[in-house]
Write a protein that binds this ligand. Structure first.
Ligand code: FMN
Length: 190
């Protein structure tokens, strides 16, 4: 069975629209690390830029551009801040627009918090949601705790330990994305 050699398309979803969001620094850093890897093609999907209605929900209000990207995606990375131990409503509103587009694709989760736990509580909640969407979540997350200390005012990374953590996260996300793409393309469902 041949393995597809095309780069893996793994967009990064930035899950908050908040003014002054620190998660944007995290998403930009993640994107820059992903762009160093020839096996990955990526782009930012910012919930701020998505065409989303506020008087509807789910596939009824599917944004065709977002759906096209989810269809094309081989895997996903989601950067989410922790808001009251949960995920931003706008992130859930966006993810709910698709379903079939996600099935049996890999997703890696990156949590961001002002507090010491690096969004570990939002990640636990998001695992339940992505599973229901048909996505397969990686074992390795990245937790940006006390995010205000991790980047400078220009959004440049100050805390170098995240370079290694993101590399480990991407290694698994790439592997799982590749494995699932191979499975979808070569192994018929029972
Ligand atoms: C509505 C709201 C709720 C929040 N709840 C939490 C929380 O439960 N735990 C935490 O560590 N930080 C919490 N924060 C702080 C965020 O983690 C902090 O703003 C961080 O920078 C990541 O979010 P950001 O991308 O919006 O900046 C909250 C922020 C907002 C706006």
């Amino acid at each position: 069975m041949a393995e597809s050699t095309n780069p893996l398309f793994i967009p990064v979803i930035l899950g908050t629209a908040r003014q002054g969001r620190q998660s944007e620094h995290v998403a930009n850093f993640l994107l820059s690390e992903m762009k160093k890897r020839p096996e990955i093609e990526t782009e930012l999907i910012d919930v701020r830029q998505l065409k989303m209605r506020l008087d509807d929900a789910g596939e009824e209000m599917k944004d065709p551009e977002f759906a096209k990207k989810m269809t094309r995606a081989d895997g996903l990375a989601i950067v989410t801040p922790e808001y009251n131990h949960g995920y931003p409503g706008l992130l859930k509103h966006a993810l709910d627009m698709c379903l079939e587009e996600y099935i049996h694709k890999a997703v890696g989760l990156v949590g961001v918090s002002a507090g010491p736990f690096g969004g570990s509580r939002v990640i636990e909640q998001l695992v339940q949601v992505v599973r229901e969407l048909g996505l397969t979540v990686t074992f390795t997350d990245v937790n940006f705790s006390r995010v205000g200390d991790a980047f400078d005012d220009q959004g440049m990374l100050k805390d170098e330990k995240y370079v290694g953590r993101v590399a480990k996260f991407l290694n698994e996300l790439v592997w799982m994305t590749r494995v699932l793409r191979h499975g979808r393309e070569n192994i018929p469902p029972l």
